[in-house]
Design a protein around this ligand. Sequence first.
Ligand code: GLU
Length: 466
Amino acid sequence: MKPVRTRIAPSPTGYLHLGTARTALYSWAYARHHGGQFVLRIEDTDVARSTQESTEQILDAMRWLGLDYDEGPIHQMSRLERYREVAEQLIAAGHAYRCWCTPEELDAMREAQRARGDKTRYDGRWRPAPGKQLPPPPAGVQPVVRLANPLHGAVSWNDLVKGPITIANEEIDDLVILRSDGVPTYNFAVVVDDWDMRITHVYRGDEHINNTPWQINILRAIAGPDVEPPRYGHCPIILGEDGLKLSKRRGAVSVTAYRELGYLPEAMLNYLARLGWSHGDDEIFTRAQMVQWFDGSHLARSPAQWDPAKLAWVNAQWMKRGDDARLAALVQEQLAGRGVAGADAATLARMAALFKDRCTTLVELADWAAMLYLPVAPRAQDLAEHVGEAVKPALRALRERLAEVAWEAAPIAAAVKAVLAEHGLKMPQLAPALRVLVCGRAQTPSIDAVLALFARDVVLQRLQHV
Ligand code: GLU
């Protein structure tokens, strides 16, 4: 048995797409499950569209998700020599050939095929064949290199997701493997890399199913007809809520966007994993459980639908389970983004403990935390409803007591009780008024614990003008 080696091979032409993150997760979990290795490869051969910024965003998203890799990032553009070397070997062995067709010629070829009602494909005019006389290479044209795809037979593989697939060689043509500038095409670079990097299992989006027969043929040309290709698993696309392909126009498609919306990485992983894979009825599972359970089985064959409400629910579950100190650190980052510097970590941790149950995202938790540091703006309606003349004397008395008590939940609670008794009020009359004035909202957890989170001065100041 070869050691399991998987990879994820994003193209740095944008953010890490949710679909890519999902196959990255499957590849990572599969490798970890088998004690194998996971490789990160940056497929940057689309020179015009690849950017360093995108590479950094992808690495950042991988780090955030905690998808650690054992090798990489390996950039394809640093391996050009290797692709050229393999292309030369294929030419020498008769598995590839140079083609001097100009773009105009190829256009004319396709035009004529369309006019005849044929499928458009390269017609093999530069493909060597016994007894065939090739024209002399035209001057001034840089050739491309094409695969001499087998003319007959079929390519079959047992897809890890879709089951057995067979595609006839007649269906596919002699694709370009090296462009005229010496840069490999995706299908060629991917095969050389998967081979050199000893990749055993490939999980990727099913838009690549049609590329797979070429890739298997290229691999056979490189390594011989009996070579064992990687096992391929093609995961169905993720559909948007409207049943169409998830796309930028219809909401966030990048991992980074969800980070900014206040989602936790463990919730993202959990949700992405479930989106196309199941383990019984389990909905909430840890990274360790995923590694333990993910053996490549139970992958869905039909497309999953992106469900923001479910993602929010999963995130809320992880917020509830979140460690207070960690949530505090994450909220601190959120607050820093809102101009609140130096929010006290211990206070934020106590705040997280009190509020995390009622928050779907870190942004919501930070919305709560902000009341400790930034002015609040109670709604006129809440003021009218909860801060009537009847409670104002009690609020003033409480303010005086609060100026004196030890600043902790229990003495604060005692002060509130004493004022209630003095003024013949009940908690449901006083607490909402306090909440509205101090927190800016009429509903919060236990008011004494909440007040204790604030700096005393802030509370006194917010009760000043009643
Ligand atoms: N760069 C390709 C993509 O992002 C990789 C596909 C593959 O995994 O082979 O779609």
